[in-house]
Design a protein around this ligand. Structure first.
Ligand SMILES: [Zn+2]
Ligand SMILES: [Zn+2]
Length: 214
């Protein structure tokens, strides 16, 4: 059966909500989409979102971006160099599902966290001491760190000494948090101390050492 668009009168193979695709575009234009550039860390696959590195997938970040632009019920599928999206659009008081594709360029860049990790940056040390399988505790801490994804949650150095293992950690709050968890779980004894390392922007910069004795 031949189909005609009631708006422009042209014959069309497929009518969407009664209209040809061109008329539909004119009645309810797809919100403007520019080709995107996204920065992705090749080491940890964090994505840069509004100037900050976040532990989210590329499609999550794009979805949030589109929602901010007013897209409703967005469905995002990331392909090699393009993004296919589906979303709802209002046309003559009816909700219509529309599809669109735009190009995406992913730029590989090492994020701040990974570059800190590589240069051995640390804000504190966890010293594992006493009667315990220290390697097992290190494994446990590695698990906590990789699950967290928060700023500074990384181990930049593992130092095996005869009295135990020292772990160099990227943030003070991570050191405190990990020490507290070990204390609660193993009833370990935790002693925290601070050392002044430098002054920066008129403020003292400290490092924390947490001795966790089992
Ligand atoms: Zn038409
Ligand atoms: Zn990274």
């Amino acid at each position: 059966m031949r189909k005609f668009c009631p708006r422009c009168g042209k014959e069309s193979e497929k009518l969407i909500e009664g209209f040809c695709e061109r008329c539909l575009e004119e009645l309810a234009p797809a919100p403007g989409l520019k080709d995107m550039k996204m920065e992705v860390c090749p080491v940890c696959s964090r994505v840069r979102e509004k100037g900050r590195w976040v532990k989210k997938s590329l499609s999550e970040v794009i979805e949030k971006y589109l929602k901010r632009k007013g897209f409703r019920n967005v469905n995002v599928e990331v392909k090699d160099d393009s993004v296919e999206i589906e979303f709802d659009i209002e046309i003559r008081n009816k909700t219509v599902r529309r599809k669109s594709t735009f190009y995406i360029k992913t730029i590989k860049r090492i994020c701040e966290e990974c570059s800190k990790e590589r240069t051995g940056y640390y804000e504190g040390v966890i010293q594992i001491r006493g009667d315990v399988n220290a390697d097992k505790i290190v494994e446990e801490i590695s698990g906590m760190v990789s699950k967290s994804g928060k700023r500074g949650w990384f181990i930049s150095k593992i130092d095996k000494r005869k009295e135990g293992i020292d772990l160099y950690i990227g943030s003070k709050s991570a050191v405190k948090n990990i020490a507290r968890r070990l204390k609660n779980k193993y009833n370990a004894d935790v002693k925290e101390s601070y050392t002044l390392v430098t002054r920066k922007d008129g403020r003292n910069v400290y490092r924390i050492t947490a001795v966790v004795r089992f």
